[in-house]
Design a protein around this ligand. Structure first.
Ligand code: DSN
Length: 417
């Protein structure tokens, strides 16, 4: 970034400080990761200069000789990796991708059925604050009060009662694997379109360590930057019979020109995700999550559903006597970055809920394994025991800094030990 350094030292300094923050801290936000240098370089390439509204062979601007090839390559790689009949790689991110699906299949006022936001669903799955809750009759299903898990009998009952035109399976904070076949049966019984939002676990699907929703769903949306470890973007995968409706909904329905630099970086990330080393990475993501969950449970932490099958876990801190926000702020001071999160049936408000969410995609990308997960559980426990002891938090931050120095983060190798 020498040119930025010369021209805009203020911004240069901020970016360099952020690089250092990402290198020196343990990043446990379940939706974040570290992209590789090839993905980073492609994102920052001259492709950012191009406009290319439309699709390959049918653009509204000239000069698409290479852009068409880039987009077709991304599409082909996504089809191969996920076994999808049709893929659109243009959505800017997960929310626009989900809105495009609604535009493709629904009219304002139609009924949708998704996982309730406080139970782990996403804003765009029908939350009132989102366009998905404002423009549609948004109904939701909740987790079982006893097990903290999805109860497919009650989802079916709800679907029979509200007769949704579209059912959404998928989540931002559910630590278990979804039963896509059961969702398909429910959708068929009520004549609904089945949409799966696999944003959180797309990388795990790509790595073969999580069941794929693609054979079951009419349409699958995903971001590309979470466990899939690509740039910030999204894709929509669907059956061929829905291809025209989906493409028309993305452009011109919701968006204008695609971000071609992102499309190209998605293609690079998909190539990475097809490798044996990515498969090993996803196996380790799950192993790390399960080791961390078990270690925390042994220390008296209350995990929603008792553990995890995927890359994330949700911890209810009520028995530890502090709120999720207090915990997240203290952990951040100690060099552990995560987010506070509502837990199912939370009695506290969303801006200061009872839980914290953590995930292992980012730490696994930098090479953390079981040993580091056990160390991490010790650090978390120490912070939660003394969240206001500034000296102790500073001491933990130093210990974490020393560990991180041995695990250079992808894309930030120049800051290594
Ligand atoms: N905001 C993302 C997350 O953190 O899970 C979901 O889009």
């Amino acid at each position: 970034m020498e040119s930025v350094k010369d021209f805009d030292p203020e911004m240069y300094s901020l970016v360099k400080q952020e690089e250092k923050r990402q290198a020196d801290k343990i990043r446990l936000i379940a939706s974040e990761n570290y992209v590789s240098k090839p993905v980073l370089e492609t994102t920052g390439s001259v492709l950012t200069n191009k406009y290319s509204e439309g699709y390959a062979g049918k653009r509204y601007y000239e000069g698409q000789q290479l852009i068409d090839q880039i987009e077709l390559l991304a599409i082909q790689r996504a089809k191969n990796l996920f076994g999808a009949e049709h893929v659109n790689v243009q959505p800017y991110s997960g929310s626009p991708a989900n809105i495009a699906v609604y535009l493709a299949f629904l009219n304002p006022g139609d009924t949708i059925l998704g996982m309730a936001l406080p139970h782990g669903g996403h804003l765009t799955h029908g939350a009132q604050a989102s366009i998905s809750g404002r423009y549609f009759n948004a109904q939701s299903y909740a987790l079982d009060g006893t097990t903290g898990r999805l109860n497919y009998d009650s989802i079916r009952e709800k679907a029979l009662a509200v007769k949704p035109k579209l059912i959404i399976a998928g989540h931002s904070a559910y630590p278990r694997i979804l039963d896509f076949e059961k969702f398909r049966l429910i959708a068929d019984e009520v004549g609904a379109i089945l949409m799966v939002d696999m944003a959180h676990f797309a990388g795990l699907v790509a790595g073969g360590v999580h069941p794929s929703p693609v054979p079951y769903a009419d349409v699958v949306t995903t971001t590309t930057h979470k466990s899939l470890r690509g740039p910030r973007g999204a894709m929509i995968l669907c059956k061929e019979k829905h291809a025209a409706a989906i493409d028309k909904a993305v452009f011109p329905g919701v968006q204008g020109g695609p971000h071609d630099n992102t499309t190209a970086a998605i293609a690079v990330a998909l190539k990475e995700a097809s490798t044996e080393s990515f498969k090993q990475y996803t196996k380790q993501v799950i192993k790390n999550a399960s080791v961390l969950a078990e270690a925390l449970a042994r220390k008296g932490f209350s995990l929603i559903t008792g553990g995890t099958d995927n890359h994330l876990m949700l911890v209810d801190l009520t028995n530890k006597g502090l709120s999720g926000k207090q915990a997240a702020k203290a952990l951040d001071k100690a060099g552990i970055v995560l987010n506070y999160n509502a837990v199912p049936f939370d009695k506290r408000k969303p801006f200061d809920p009872s839980g914290i969410r953590m995930g292992t995609p980012a730490v696994t990308s930098r090479g953390f394994k079981e040993t580091e997960m056990l160390q991490l559980s010790e650090f978390i426990d120490r912070v939660i025991q003394s969240p206001e002891d500034e000296d102790s938090l500073a001491q933990i931050a130093e210990e974490i800094f020393a560990i991180c120095a041995h695990f250079p983060a992808p894309g930030l190798e120049h800051l290594g030990a």
